[in-house]
Every structure is written in C-alpha cells, then in structure tokens.
Design a protein around this ligand. Structure first.
Ligand SMILES: Cc1cc2nc3c(=O)[nH]c(=O)nc-3n(C[C@H](O)[C@H](O)[C@H](O)COP(=O)(O)O)c2cc1C
Length: 177
C-alpha cells in the first residue's frame, strides 16, 4: 500500500498555540498509511528578498514541502492578515515552485467569532498564486477556538472535529485525483 506524507504548518510560533492544537488534532483522522509531520522552524527562516541564497532553514522548509503529498496550514489572524512569519516562509517558495500542484488545506482559528476569516481569505489568495491544488472545500475557519479546546489541549467540540475530518478526507481525495 502506498504511503502518503502530510505536512502540517502552523502560522503561530506560540508554544501553546491553538492553531498548533488544531494541527495536531488532524493526526487522529489520518489513515494508517499516512505519515504526519509538523514543520518546526518557521522562526529560523530569514526575511525573504529576491536573489538571496537559501539558508539551511529555508532548505529544510522547502524539503519538507517537497517530500509531502499534501500540506495543511493552520493560522491565526494578526491585524486582519496572515502572520508575517508564515507569509515570509511562503514567499521563499514562489520562485522555486515547491508548492506548485501541491494539494493543500487551509485553516484559520481565532478566539473571535470571525474565525480569522480575513487571514484565511488572504492565505487562500497566496496559495492560489503559488499554484496549489485545492477546491471549494479546502478551507475551514474556526471561530471561538478557546471554547473548543479542553484543559488537556485537545479539541473537544464535536462539530469542529467533524469539520477537521472533512478537511482530511477532502485533502486525501485531491491527492488521489
Ligand atoms: C498582534 C495581534 C493581532 C491580532 N489580530 C487579530 C485579528 O486581526 N483577528 C483575530 O481574529 N484575532 C487576532 N488576534 C488574536 C489571535 O487570534 C489570538 O491571539 C490567537 O489565539 C492566536 O493564535 P494561536 O493561539 O494559534 O497563537 C491578534 C493577536 C495578536 C497578538
């Protein structure tokens, strides 16, 4: 049976990030023939400028993407946009095309009832510019996230768990297509 690699990227650097909790929750829904890895190291990626050589951190980021059959990005919204750290990392992949044709799922989680929808919309535009493979079901905005995670840092809200499972099923269907 073919094995699949799924890469998770959190747009938050906080150790107790709610978006990273969401990312970890995806693992429970992955089939046995799937490896799931969360990329740690976004904070080591230097500021992008065209013409700069890749550093070791940039190479690690690009390699993780290249080795993935699909990528899930979970991000908070900062000032109505995508956190600069995440956007900066994605900018490094524009010229090299590492995300071109890559199946993706994009998720935003926020303590507000807007669910980080502006950051999600912006992220989806960037993922379109990067040539990723996605469809109308490839994104999810999660409002009021702090009420959906329990004291053990587990997603406890059933509706959210169903929506996360749907993201995984949709991503795997895009990978298989
Ligand atoms: C500088 C800053 C700006 C923020 N701007 C927004 C915002 O525009 N929209 C929003 O929904 N939440 C905003 N927040 C709240 C974040 O959504 C919240 O801190 C969230 O928990 C961060 O995600 P994390 O738990 O994954 O780190 C902001 C937080 C910070 C620190």
């Amino acid at each position: 049976m073919k094995r699949f690699n799924i890469l998770g990227i959190s747009g938050s650097l906080r150790p107790d990030s709610t978006n990273t909790v969401i990312l970890r929750a995806f693992e429970a829904f992955l089939p046995a023939n799937t490896n799931f890895k969360i990329f740690h190291g976004l904070d080591e990626i230097p500021h992008f400028s065209p013409g700069l050589d890749d550093t070791a951190a940039v190479t690690a980021f690009k390699t993780a993407i290249q080795q993935a059959d699909g990528v899930i990005i979970c991000t908070p919204e900062y000032a109505f946009g995508v956190p600069g750290t995440l956007k900066n990392a994605l900018d490094w992949t524009v010229a090299s095309g590492d995300l071109n044709d890559k199946p993706v799922s994009a998720v935003s989680a926020s303590p507000l009832n807007t669910g980080g929808e502006k950051a999600l919309a912006s992220l989806l535009l960037t993922l379109t510019a990067l040539g990723t493979r996605k469809n109308d079901d490839s994104s999810l905005s999660i409002p009021n996230i702090k009420h959906k995670i329990d004291a053990n840092q587990q997603v406890s809200d059933q509706e959210t768990l169903v929506a996360l499972r749907h993201q995984i099923d949709n991503l795997l269907a895009i990978i298989a297509s």
